[in-house]
Design a protein around this ligand. Sequence first.
Ligand SMILES: *Cc1c(COP(=O)(O)O)cnc(C)c1O
Length: 425
Amino acid sequence: MSHDFHPDEAFARNLDQADELAGFREQFHFPVDPDTGKPQLYFCGHSLGLQPKAARQAVLEELDRWAALGVAGHFTPPRPWADYEADLRPLVAELVGAQPDEVAIANGLTVNLHLLLASFYRPTRERFKILMEARPFSSDRYAAASQAAFHGFDPREAVVEMRPRPGEDLLRAEDMLEQLEREGDATALALLGAVNYATGQLFDLAPLVELARAKGCVVCIDAAHAIGNAPLALHDWNADCAVWCHYKYVNAGPGAVGGFFVHARHAQRFDLPRFAGWWGHRADTRFRMPDDCELAPGAAGWHLSNLPILPMAALRASLALFHQAGMARLRAKSIRLTSYLLSLLGDDGPRLISPRDPAGRGGQLSWRVAAPRQLAAHLQARGVIVDAREPDILRLAVAPLYNGFHDLWQLAAAWRALTSPNGAC
Ligand SMILES: *Cc1c(COP(=O)(O)O)cnc(C)c1O
């Protein structure tokens, strides 16, 4: 992969010139370095994506409609608030590989996880475990442990992590399948991350979901680090349900409204236990406020509250960019970007823990470093924003909508100066 890359700066600029997605960069605000006044080189899209310039206008439009219309905004076209999800669902569905009726936009990720587990984690004495990837994002682990405890099980027994081999950072596909085979009969729920937040490992989910279901497990996918980063096929993989957030690679803003997926085969499963609210009621009769809740079919039947229009407006602006660029082109550029950066950095610096095979990673690269905060601070002093995870991981992400090859060339120059034998770190 790296042999067609050259290390000189002119080559980086040529790559940007030849990049058909390069123009999207202009559509984003870059934070400004307080010392130099120059835009920062931003590689933290795995934590908080940059602001699309169109987000402000989209939010202002809804503020103006609120000012002008008051309560009538709920039903006044265009984009009546009561139906604000209608335009967004197909765009989100595109990103997660789902049918529009399989997705809903609501709440935060961890909230959605709990709401879906109320329906989909139904432990019994024989089958009560929750099987997860190694070192999941903390919130998912807390959610899983508290769900097990809520049902009266000991989380230390109920929550099982699939472990990499001793001395290895990444999970091997065959080991995951083997652990699933072994634990499957006692597992109520396989809670699988699509991309691990620490290593950036992108899991091959199709065979895992297939085996988990063959073993009688329910499958929930956490796509927080995958949506907008790598293509997903939640419907075809046959996952039961999934959750994600929109503030990482989807650039919808801090604390953005989240999303979830319920497979079409559960669309009419009104018998599934769930917590109900008026927004999960069939839309056509919702405002008659009947005593009994008649659930909407599909993912919409898991809605509780009416929609947060202002954050959804920001999401709408961002989704339009993804739709224009297309996930296939974004993924192809993302692979080029990470491969190019690895070719520039060579093998003699810190140890990469992300997969070297581009098919096994998203747009994130992680290294083991002795003092990640220090290295991140030194890079920040050079106008480069990356992420440090204590005790020993440095992470960065490329976002093909707003990162280019020359960004990476500059990052590599700063990085090598710091991590070389005479460098600061
Ligand atoms: C980012 C992330 C979260 C964050 O949860 P919120 O409820 O959105 O605060 C949870 N789980 C995973 C896997 C994540 O990547």
